[in-house]
Design a protein around this ligand. Structure first.
Ligand code: HPA
Length: 270
């Protein structure tokens, strides 16, 4: 028994399997989990303290199995700060993964592009982020561990592996800085002009809280955005939830191939 009922529930379910790699699937990207072999799932409802995702396109379960031959844990569905106002909504998930021996966390999301050269349907490797929320998931945390170093938050070695996986799959992987807005309303064109001036290539409503939490708990992080739209005002764009979901369900095929190849490389140690 550990001190955490969530960790105990996951341990009982995972039956001795201890994947070192975990993946969080973003909005409408749940279908990546269909490529997991020998898959077993556990609903967040059956894990004490886990969030209950309320957004369409988020299943809210853990899946364990093999992806690209590599043992993985997949968090199918996330809780966003905009659902509850809590930036630390994913803390129980990240903390439990770390306690179960996960060392590497791949975060995926649907995002809007601030750069017209990174068009709808592309995948973008996140090389850094801007937390534009004015708050932090570690607010209220105690102890010196809260002063997390965020240099190289998106691990350079994992970035290299992700680029290699994209090359092997002939996926034209863009790269850039992801800027976090709280949502749930989309940004205004003026906010997107600001994002551009500040050096962002993509904007979205997730991932950044989890990256900060993951670094707090000692995990290495990689991030991949699926570009579902041009951000507000870029070439006249007016993003909608319906549209972003539709495009995410199309680019899930490339996302799956990329993550499968990445996982295979991870298992092989290269
Ligand atoms: N803005 C914020 N979040 C998003 C977008 C966007 O344009 N597209 C997908 N998620």
């Amino acid at each position: 028994m550990s001190k955490s009922p969530a960790v105990d529930a996951i341990r009982a379910w995972s039956r001795g399997q201890r994947p070192r790699l975990a993946i969080v699937l973003g909005s409408s990207l749940d279908a990546v989990a269909a490529s997991v072999s020998d898959a077993r799932s556990l609903s967040y409802r059956d894990i004490p303290g886990f969030p209950r995702p309320s957004v369409s396109g988020h299943a809210g379960q853990l899946v364990i199995g093999r992806l690209g031959g590599c043992e993985v844990l997949i968090a199918q569905g996330r809780a966003h700060a905009y659902e509850t106002g809590r930036m630390d909504a994913m803390r129980p998930v990240v903390e439990a993964l770390a306690a179960r021996g996960v060392e590497t966390l791949v975060l995926t999301n649907a995002a809007g592009s601030v750069d017209p050269r990174i068009g709808e349907g592309r995948l973008m490797l996140i090389t850094d982020h801007i937390n534009f929320s004015g708050t932090n998931p570690l607010t209220g945390d105690i102890g010196d561990e809260r002063f997390v170093t965020m240099t190289d938050a998106y691990d350079p070695a994992l970035c290299r592996r992700m680029r290699a996986a994209a090359r092997a799959e002939r996926i034209d992987l863009a790269e850039g800085v992801y800027m976090y807005f709280c949502g749930p309303s989309f940004e205004t064109p003026a906010e997107i002009r600001m994002a551009r001036v500040l050096g962002a290539q993509a904007v979205g409503m997730s991932t950044v809280p989890e990256t900060i939490l993951a670094r707090r708990f000692g995990l290495c992080v990689a991030g991949v955005s699926g570009i579902t739209n041009l951000a507000a005002g870029i070439e006249g764009s007016a993003p909608t939830h319906e549209h972003t979901g539709r495009v995410a369900r199309i680019l899930v095929e490339d996302m799956t191939r990329l993550l499968e190849r990445f996982a295979a490389g991870f298992a092989a140690g290269n």
